[in-house]
Design a protein around this ligand. Structure first.
Ligand code: CU
Length: 77
């Protein structure tokens, strides 16, 4: 696995109601240890996350998003 790219996880978000929520989520995720890059698409209601699996595992990434108050479903990853 390429260390720089990390692993990829794409989630469907339910209950994201405004671009403010999307931005907040992006900020929080990008400040989370092990998450290399997170980008939320408000239009699609999805979040794409690149993470370092040596620091944070898929389950932790998933629950970090959950803890922000959104129902999520894995689309990819
Ligand atoms: Cu909002």
């Amino acid at each position: 696995m390429d260390k720089k790219e990390g692993a990829f996880l794409k989630l469907q978000l339910e209950g994201i109601v405004c671009t403010g929520c999307a931005q907040d989520m992006e900020t929080i995720l990008n400040n989370t240890d092990g998450i290399l890059k997170a980008s939320v698409s408000f239009a699609d209601g999805t979040v794409s996350i690149q993470y370092d699996p040596e620091v944070i595992d898929k389950k932790q990434v998933f629950y970090t998003v959950r803890k922000l108050g959104f129902k999520t479903k894995i689309i990819e990853g």
